[in-house]
Design a protein around this ligand. Sequence first.
Ligand SMILES: *[C@@H]1O[C@H](CO)[C@@H](O)[C@H](O)[C@H]1NC(C)=O
Ligand SMILES: *[C@@H]1O[C@H](CO)[C@@H](O)[C@H](O)[C@H]1NC(C)=O
Ligand SMILES: *[C@@H]1O[C@H](CO)[C@@H](O)[C@H](O)[C@H]1NC(C)=O
Ligand SMILES: *[C@@H]1O[C@H](CO)[C@@H](O)[C@H](O)[C@H]1NC(C)=O
Ligand SMILES: *[C@@H]1O[C@H](CO)[C@@H](O)[C@H](O)[C@H]1NC(C)=O
Ligand SMILES: *[C@@H]1O[C@H](CO)[C@@H](O)[C@H](O)[C@H]1NC(C)=O
Ligand SMILES: *[C@@H]1O[C@H](CO)[C@@H](O)[C@H](O)[C@H]1NC(C)=O
Ligand SMILES: *[C@@H]1O[C@H](CO)[C@@H](O)[C@H](O)[C@H]1NC(C)=O
Ligand SMILES: *[C@@H]1O[C@H](CO)[C@@H](O)[C@H](O)[C@H]1NC(C)=O
Length: 896
Amino acid sequence: MSRHCVTLPVIIFGLLQMAVALYSNPSSTHPNCTERCGNVSIQYPFGIGSGCFRQPDFSLTCDDGGGGGGNQPPKIFLHDGITEVLPDSGGTVGLSRLIDVAISHTIFMAPGIPSYNFSWNLSSFTMFDGSFNVTGCDFDIYIQEPGTNGSLWPCTNRCPQSITTETVARHDCNGTGCCIVYLGISVRDFQLKFVRHDNGARGDHDALSNGSALWDTINITSNWAQIYWDIDDQPTCARAKEKNINYACVSNHSQCFDDEVFDVGYRCACNSGYVGNPFVVDGCKRDEGYSPNQLKENCSRSCGNISVPYPFGLEEGCSARKLFKLNCTNATASMLQFDDDRVVAFINVTGSLVGIRFTSQFEDGQLGIYVSGEPDLFMGLGESVVSMHWAAANLTCDEALKNKSQYACCSNSKCLGVNSKDGYIGYRCKCLDGFQGNPYSISDGCEDIDECKTQHICKENEVCNNVAGSYYCTKTTKQQGLVLGVIIGLCVGFGILVSCLGGMLVIRRWKRDIQKQLRRKYFRKNQGLLLEQLISSDENARNNTKIFSLEELKKATNDFDTSRILGRGGHGMVYKGILSDQRVVAIKISKIMEQGEIDSFINEVAILSQINHRNIVRLFGCCLETEVPLLVYDFVSNGSLFEILHAAEASNDFQLSWDDCLRIALEAAGALYYLHSSASVSIFHRDVKSSNILLDGNYTAKVSDFGASRLVPIDQTHVVTNIQGTFGYLDPEYYHTGQLNEKSDVYSFGVVLVELLLRKKPVFTNETGTKQNLSNYFLWEKKMKPVTEIVASQVLEEATEEEINMVASLAEKCLRLRHEERPTMKLVEMTLQFLRAERLNSSSDVPASKQEVEELLGTSTSYSDTLLDNKAATTSQQSKGYYSLEQEFASTTLPR
Ligand SMILES: *[C@@H]1O[C@H](CO)[C@@H](O)[C@H](O)[C@H]1NC(C)=O
Ligand SMILES: *[C@@H]1O[C@H](CO)[C@@H](O)[C@H](O)[C@H]1NC(C)=O
Ligand SMILES: *[C@@H]1O[C@H](CO)[C@@H](O)[C@H](O)[C@H]1NC(C)=O
Ligand SMILES: *[C@@H]1O[C@H](CO)[C@@H](O)[C@H](O)[C@H]1NC(C)=O
Ligand SMILES: *[C@@H]1O[C@H](CO)[C@@H](O)[C@H](O)[C@H]1NC(C)=O
Ligand SMILES: *[C@@H]1O[C@H](CO)[C@@H](O)[C@H](O)[C@H]1NC(C)=O
Ligand SMILES: *[C@@H]1O[C@H](CO)[C@@H](O)[C@H](O)[C@H]1NC(C)=O
Ligand SMILES: *[C@@H]1O[C@H](CO)[C@@H](O)[C@H](O)[C@H]1NC(C)=O
Ligand SMILES: *[C@@H]1O[C@H](CO)[C@@H](O)[C@H](O)[C@H]1NC(C)=O
């Protein structure tokens, strides 16, 4: 019986096939086209050299820095010469629609010229998002549309007081010699205008500028920028198919999609279950990415203390497929990177599981890893992903067995399907019963288990015989000396046992004493901190908050059993527990034990113990005996708004009605308003999101997770803090300036409103597998078409058109880039309250009647306009300019 996975001829055949695959890759239509630039593969419709690309904008240049080989690795540029294309995670250009780019351009200023322009305009591309550092001094920067003078995000570059180099100014980029331009929304093209303060009069190089280019050059360099592309020779799929000339989606098993935002073109994608390039004939294939032969010898198989078994690998040629090549970013710290935000905790080849740990606060448990040209073979087990299933390939076992050269399972193993809650992922391998090892590995595959090594597997007077995959027992006649042996054995054994037990008792007592001392120490440390906080804020608070003992909480959670885990928040793990008085509670434990985290826990206790609000989760108390204090809350039984909104779409479970949505939004808004306006101090929540809006048995909203919140004295309007929050909900202005104010919560709440309307996640994956930002998507869609066309079908059925319009424009105002133009939480709450009252047809119990609201906001005939245009937007001249610019901006960027 061979214990090798595949025999030699099969290996050779596999290598041949790979070589053939490499050289016959139909990535271009022209036989003489270059398919690579350095190590980067260029895929049609992109190409290098005439005849190799589909439309002029897809012409690339491969720049190796001239004969000297200055650029190593070579750089790839679009034909404008300033946009450098960065390869995607699979090392290709052309397979992903969203492309990371680096843009750099320098303008030399000359005396007497008052202003300069920089524009980026490539008709096949849309800039999805970007941020630019502009160096230079003594000018204002505007994001400019032809014919207007306004700006979305202007900034001013002052000159430094002393000689400074560009590099130094760039380091802080704070307005002195450097300033950041941020495009918060997708644009088809943009133009920057630089207006010099002295009207360009300064001609001479004064003493200050000596030796620094800062005084006479403008350098625009992207911090980060992403663009996406469309086939633009026909405006829509329907038109392209109708004309049928040069229709781009030529592969079988491919589909056509219209551009989602601007009606300027279409794109192609392989059908579900197929991967590859839809733009070439037969480009979409079933998954062929797995190759069961390790190509390199002596592969390293560990990252610190995490073992990395085949089919995973750390180097080129050490993993079975691109997707399984992981990056060990720090071996001493065992940092095995899964993606930007997550690291691998363990890899289990027996159960085809991979454990995941989050390294950043931006948690999005839903997404696997994206590598272009590869299917998504990782699937989470639920909302709180700590381990994921993986499959060798997106094939059924039948399909996989047909192609032996790419079959993953070695001998003595079997093929099994992997299913997740979202459907079939692919196949995995498992050793047959009686065998153990790595079912994917050639060198140490499934080996027979020698069951006879396990003691007492046969009866006392029997002999054990091992066979492949099993064992059997036979009777023996030799029994002399056995009795004596047994007696001696028992005596010796008893002696050892007694001394061991004695030793163990001593050690246990000693350990217990140490633990007790530690607990007392932690208790003192934590309570000290806590009391300090409470005394500085509220004297009565201590009476409402109970201090629990660790013993009590251990009992309540069955010693923190993993089955009791409810979920993971940004700041810790949450367990469900039952106290001795039968109260059901949620207990939160921090995962990180830095002083900063402890402070944030204490912070939460301090805040919550002062609050008593129907729509804010109730804190019962805390436990201070552990290094990080544990918090004990009222258990909120129906999970979070996020779970209900986004789980329902998949499983057709419970769906929130529009009535519920409105009420929940109103309740959450009320809670936030309460926090912002509570008596002595204002509280900014800082992490408003649908997963922090919990729902109790009656689906009443309870705002939770105050780990990031800040108490702000009421006369202070903003504070500068470290950026905290969750990607997708984060206020771009706060992100940009680090200045926190109550309107950051309003922005995040706006995203929640959009979630309620569209029933999409804040960062969602569209049909092409591209991650898209919901607020961007919403703002642009709303400009392009009536809002009733973009809301979820259920909302459209249940809500009136007026309600949809009002909630949508409320959301739009909450999402304004400038905080001054966003409404206050009070106004948000009043708007929602009005809507709900209208809906219930009983405005009597509502404090704000139509007239009252109108009076508050100034008189207007159109009620909804007035209510939704907040004070700042209606009174400030500048804001009006902004608003009209925004409209013009939208209209001028439409296809011409
Ligand atoms: C490809 O290049 C070779 C030599 O450079 C030339 O002889 C051949 O005609 C070219 N083929 C095509 C299809 O242009
Ligand atoms: C291509 O990749 C290999 C292996 O990662 C590396 O050794 C080589 O230097 C790369 N070549 C270029 C031109 O980047
Ligand atoms: C702009 O500045 C950056 C950083 O100093 C530099 O790398 C880049 O080459 C400059 N751009 C141009 C076009 O000179
Ligand atoms: C901005 O950064 C420069 C260094 O480039 C520093 O000298 C200056 O103090 C900073 N200004 C502010 C307001 O932080
Ligand atoms: C842009 O400025 C920021 C400081 O806000 C700095 O961290 C970053 O490195 C700069 N980026 C570039 C490309 O110069
Ligand atoms: C895997 O293939 C099946 C068809 O066999 C398909 O239904 C499924 O969506 C595919 N999964 C992925 C992640 O591509
Ligand atoms: C691995 O991670 C390091 C450090 O983050 C990075 O410099 C390197 O490019 C990564 N390598 C690959 C192949 O992703
Ligand atoms: C790796 O991690 C160790 C321990 O956390 C740290 O001391 C070291 O600086 C890290 N090395 C790198 C290259 O980041
Ligand atoms: C791997 O997963 C399987 C199935 O879940 C489990 O039985 C086994 O104990 C795990 N192996 C290790 C080493 O954790």
